[in-house]
Design a protein around this ligand. Structure first.
Ligand SMILES: [Zn+2]
Length: 307
């Protein structure tokens, strides 16, 4: 029985290769044939900044984004908690948010409640509205302009919370791939992170095939979510970059030659394009609108070839 199944599996795999559905990897494994479109990863981080004094995980991630052996100078979106008493609400936290912005990353809003990482859906409308306004002001103090992006805490949102985001000109960005590193269970995460990422990238492939994830400029952006307060994530972050690349190929996805977004303007613009529901242009503030429209203009002019 097992022998027959094995034989069948080999025949199916060979047929797949012959008909172009699958391809042999360099290590002899059989992967699905890559889709014709290329993907590019848009990295995002939630819950920071960390104010840990030894081996600060947020700073460690900033260093690895800048210098690693996959692609240097990667830029990301950091969804920060600007008033967390153990993070952004402290002087160290504020300094790290400034450093993050100075390094060319985008600051989005995650929470601005002094009560910490509170679910937006559990806050009264008044409290949520006030906390968003506080967070916008905190980020404006650092960057000089209002943030255009928000990520709901615990990924939880309702029509009401979304309306309050929109009233504050905030666009909600969810994710395609989660590193599942929000809860710090070191052994669990370390053993299963590759399989988690693989299964989510397979779902990304199916979403592209169904036409649900579309190209923006030249590539299909794939949003990936990490937690920069997680010390395990920070220690292993460069490994995560490799895992994303390797598991994408195994899932039949073709990363672009530059597999990660590395220009601040592109990061913010592409993130806006991927917000849900799609941005309402009429609701964008002038500087965010200009950024949003710069993409359309650049697309028409086709300045850079799709490589
Ligand atoms: Zn969070």
């Amino acid at each position: 029985m097992c022998g027959e199944l094995h034989f069948r599996a080999v025949v199916v795999a060979l047929l797949g290769i012959l008909t172009g559905c699958q391809s042999l990897s360099t290590t002899g494994g059989i992967f699905p044939a890559p889709l014709p479109v290329k993907i590019r990863f848009l990295l995002t981080f939630d819950d920071g900044p960390s104010i840990q004094t030894d081996d600060n995980p947020t700073l460690s991630i900033l260093e690895q984004l800048a210098v690693n052996d996959v692609q240097p100078a990667i830029k990301a979106v950091f969804f920060v908690q600007t008033r967390n008493a153990n993070g952004g609400g402290t002087e160290i936290g504020k300094a790290i948010m400034r450093q993050t912005y100075s390094a060319g990353h985008v600051l989005g809003l995650h929470s601005a409640s002094p009560r910490g990482h509170v679910a937006h859906i559990r806050m009264s409308s008044t409290e949520l509205n006030q906390s968003l306004q506080d967070g916008i002001a905190d980020i404006r103090d650092i960057t000089g302009h209002d943030p255009g992006l928000v990520r709901s805490t615990f990924w939880a949102f309702t029509d009401q919370t979304r309306r309050i985001y929109e009233d504050n000109h905030l666009n909600m960005l969810l994710t395609d791939v989660k590193a599942h590193d929000g809860v710090i269970r070191v052994f669990n995460v370390s053993l299963r992170r590759r399989s988690h990422i693989h299964s989510e990238l397979r779902a990304v492939r199916l979403a592209i095939e169904r036409g649900e994830l579309q190209k923006a400029d030249c590539f299909v952006p794939v949003v990936v979510a990490f937690h920069d307060v997680n010390t395990f994530t920070a220690r292993k972050f460069t490994e995560y970059l490799h895992i994303l690349m390797e598991e994408a190929v195994k899932a039949g996805l073709k990363p672009a030659e530059k597999p990660f977004y590395d220009a601040t303007q592109d990061v913010e613009r592409i993130a806006l394009l991927r917000t849900q529901p799609p941005v309402m242009v009429a609701s964008l503030k002038p500087d965010v609108l200009a950024l949003y429209q710069s993409g359309a203009r650049r697309g028409r002019e086709s300045i850079s070839p799709c490589i």
